[in-house]
Ligand binder design. Sequence first.
Ligand code: ATP
Length: 320
Amino acid sequence: MKTIGVLTSGGDAPGMNAAIRAVVRTGLANGLRVMGIQRGYNGIINGEIFEMTSSSVSDIIQRGGTILRTARSEEFRTEEGRKKAYNVLKVFGIEGLVVIGGDGSFTGAMKLSNEHGVKVVGIPGTIDNDLAYTDYTIGFDTAVNTVLDAINKLRDTSTSHERVSIVEVMGRRCGDIALYAGLAGGAESIIIPEQPYDFNELCRTIIESKAKGKMHSLILLAEGVGGAEDLAKKIEEITGIETRATKLGHIQRGGSPTAFDRILASKMGARAVELLMEGKSQRVIGIRDGKIIDMDIVEALSMKKKSDDYMYELAKILSF
Ligand code: ATP
């Protein structure tokens, strides 16, 4: 293999730049040409491809977002779109592709590989931590720390006013951001899609907390369960305690990546290139029990993500 390409696809995540840097510099250190592809799969189809040098990735390890930009591509979902993409990759001599993104991006990579023989390796870049085959995805740790920072600030003002504070965080199907930030931030309640929750019990907890002398209640809500505004109204109606909703939104996707995310991204980026040099394809990189692993894309995508019941119960016990 002489030339590889790298792209970011789907939602951006802090640490994607550190992964790009690792791919480019590992590739160059091993005598490969590395091509940067802009705007995800659209960038292949539109030929937004340029040769990367070591200095193309200077001064980016600490930056959030992705220097390659990211996009969602409807055209790439079609067979014709992927054929076009393959033809463009051929023109640029790209034989191997590193795709940094989530499950959708991995599925696209797999199809491109099945249909046209392009060698592909996926790196999990998404703040949601919604991929079952890996303990962590790049960007998750930074997002949790961003939420934690917001919680700390909300605690101050909620305590002063003796309010209930509901913080709505990202996570449509996977409640990991709420769970991890909730445990780390000492939330009274954590509401996530994977765990059933009882509204009456929630109100009881709030009322009992107040009776015990707690100055505030903090509730972490994953967006997949519902909106914070609606829940705040309902809680206020039942408990009579002033309840405020804060939706953190896209700030969770930005910011300088944490040391954990930078190190994870660096290791994963390097491993992806090594796999391509070994002639491997249709693999995704992950981390399990602290070790970098790789696995077949189909097998990885067929795994069902489970919520950490122990952490969920622990958060409940510790907030008592
Ligand atoms: P995130 O977790 O941030 O949403 P993702 O990679 O899952 O990231 P998607 O929007 O699902 O994000 O996918 C990104 C792109 O991958 C899509 O715009 C499309 O081009 C391609 N893709 C997704 N699913 C498929 C599919 N089933 N077949 C072909 N291409 C796909």
